[in-house]
Design a protein around this ligand. Structure first.
Ligand code: SF4
Length: 328
């Protein structure tokens, strides 16, 4: 059986169920790397360029960790997943970066996902990926249709508040994970920062243990994001940036949130703009904002202190209306 490797990093949290279903339907065995750990981080740092951001380095570590166990690595070149929008340049260049830095790789399936081009182009690329497993065009087309169904189900579960890790590992019920807790905190950032527990040092678990309801951009509907983005003087042309800013603006203006935590990676070009936009909007509505910037040297004790101090400050604020923090 042909083995297809899908590294557990970058767009894994957005698209793994789609590509897993696609290759499985074709009869391949899909192999994913382990969850991020110290070895994967170290391998990533050693096998990537110095000025890559943390999630890109970690992705290289995931590639390194499974490259010898698979026949092909699936690393699509994701250029545009929504009309008139782009992904970050580092995502566009991901397969090229990997090819040029990680030694002794198997063949990489680097199909181009570019919705700025005609639909036929995407179908040709999907066929190119499927042809590594079978030459049966009908089978590839059917597998792709099935995988899209799976992907749509996945998106609904994300919108209901489920964590991608729990959906993928099938250890979650379908009712969502939103509980009636004391505080509502919007946790924002790129998905590979939010849902990789090693990168963010278990921020979900930490907040869950502090009586906090965690709200993520995945829980905001597309039309609400589009509505707020359309109010900007200039259209946001990065898809992930649009989601972060649009979801934040919606939550700040229409929902009762007690605070915002932005999880970012050191050196992220997009975030240097997105952070500023979200923080400005939060100041207008007097909602506390906390930025956690991560790199390969971040220590967990420092992150714990930041989060605990932030949540304590919000609790004092809500318990005593006369209390004004030094924030803002
Ligand atoms: S958006 Fe930022 S964190 Fe993500 S790949 Fe680009 S530079 Fe890295």
């Amino acid at each position: 059986m042909i083995k297809i490797g899908i590294p557990r990093g970058m767009n894994y949290f957005d698209f793994f169920p789609l590509w897993d279903e696609f290759f499985t339907q074709l009869g391949a065995e899909v192999i994913t790397s382990k969850k991020t750990n110290k070895d994967i981080l170290n391998m990533g740092v050693l096998n990537s360029i110095d000025d890559a951001c943390l999630p890109v380095k970690i992705f290289h570590g995931h590639v390194y960790s499974i490259k010898d166990d698979v026949d092909y690595l699936f690393i699509p070149r994701i250029i545009s997943i929504q009309k008139s929008e782009y992904e970050c340049p580092k995502i566009l260049g991901l397969p090229a970066m990997v090819k040029n830095t990680v030694p002794d790789l198997p063949e990489i399936i680097d199909i181009e996902i570019n919705l700025r081009k005609r639909k036929m182009y995407l179908l040709k690329e999907v066929y190119r990926a499927g042809s590594k497993v079978t030459n049966n065009y009908i089978k590839i087309r059917n597998a792709y249709l099935k995988s899209q169904e799976k992907y749509n189900e996945y998106k609904i579960l994300l919108n209901n508040g489920l964590n991608p890790n729990n959906i993928i590992e099938k250890n979650s019920n379908k009712k969502g994970e939103y509980k009636n807790k004391h505080l509502n905190v919007l946790l924002i950032g790129h998905h590979y920062n939010l849902y990789d527990d090693y990168i963010n040092m278990n921020v979900f678990t930490k907040l869950n243990n502090m009586d906090v309801n965690i709200i993520t951009p995945n829980m905001v509907k597309e039309k609400e994001i589009e509505f707020y983005i359309s109010k900007l003087s200039k259209r946001m042309f990065w898809t992930s940036g649009k989601k972060i800013v649009g979801a934040s603006m919606y939550m700040i203006n229409e929902r009762n949130i007690d605070g915002i935590i932005f999880v970012s990676s050191f050196g992220c070009g997009l975030d240097s703009i997105l952070i500023d936009m979200v923080e400005r909007e939060s100041k207008i509505k007097n909602i506390p904002f906390n930025l956690i910037t991560l790199d390969e040297h971040s220590g967990e004790a420092g992150i714990n202190t930041r989060i605990e101090a932030f949540i304590d400050m919000i609790k004092w604020r809500s318990n005593d209306e006369d209390y004004f923090s030094t924030y803002g």
